[in-house]
Design a protein around this ligand. Structure first.
Ligand code: UDP
Length: 194
């Protein structure tokens, strides 16, 4: 597997099977990993914001969409092995993970995250659905949110607050939540809640 660098952001190149296995392995070992799905918009933001670029280069970034494929083809003469966007990959992961995962959702409006939580809990009942939190809490309530996630013993925190907020939030707070994996998913809770 070879990383690719698109406009200063390092992207990994996984099939969804390989990426699923990598995350499962990380859960076994309790290693901490933040996942970002980068599309053309993400890369544009990173170009303008050196701090966001630094954060992205410290996490696992995978390729979302045709813009990334084009950029890779222009620079490396080939695209990525697969398009890995959160909207497809997260449901795929929940359906195919070989682990029983304790999942906590953070982000979107209260009714949206609640509905998404209820839908996923019934759809992926092999996992443990340990809690949710809407994405409009005040900065001063952040510690309390992290404590709730920790008390719930979550392994996986799925964060839907958009780029760049979700990745910046995970970079600053994943460790305090005690969770192993943090994934930023943009508008996925809204899509799922319908
Ligand atoms: N959001 C949030 N808190 C905020 C701003 C946005 O939880 O302070 C949520 C918003 O409700 C939506 C998600 O973040 O569910 C962002 O979706 P968007 O489609 O903008 O993200 P993208 O996929 O473009 O990164």
């Amino acid at each position: 597997r070879q990383d690719k660098v698109i406009q200063g952001v390092r992207l990994a190149d996984y099939t969804k099977q390989n990426f699923r296995a990598l995350l499962d392995e990380g859960l076994n070992e309790g290693e901490r990993r933040i996942v970002a799905f980068a599309n053309a918009h993400t890369i544009n933001l990173a170009q303008k914001d050196p701090n966001y670029r630094r954060v992205l280069n410290s996490v696992t970034v995978v390729n979302d969409g045709v813009g990334m494929k084009l950029a890779s083809t222009m620079k490396y003469g080939r695209g990525f092995v697969e398009n890995l966007n959160g909207t497809d990959f997260v449901p795929y992961y929940l359906a195919n993970s070989e682990k029983t995962v304790k999942v906590f959702l953070v982000g979107a409006r209260e009714e949206v995250v609640k509905r998404c939580f209820d839908i996923w809990r019934s759809q992926y009942s092999q996992h443990q659905w340990v809690g949710y939190q809407h994405g409009y809490f005040k900065a001063e309530d952040t510690e309390q949110v992290c404590s709730r996630i920790k008390a719930a013993n979550a392994d996986l925190v799925i964060v839907a607050m958009g780029n760049p907020m979700q990745e910046l939030w995970l970079d600053q707070h994943l460790e305090k939540t005690g969770a192993s994996i943090g994934i930023g998913v943009g508008g996925l809770f809204d899509f799922t809640a319908g």
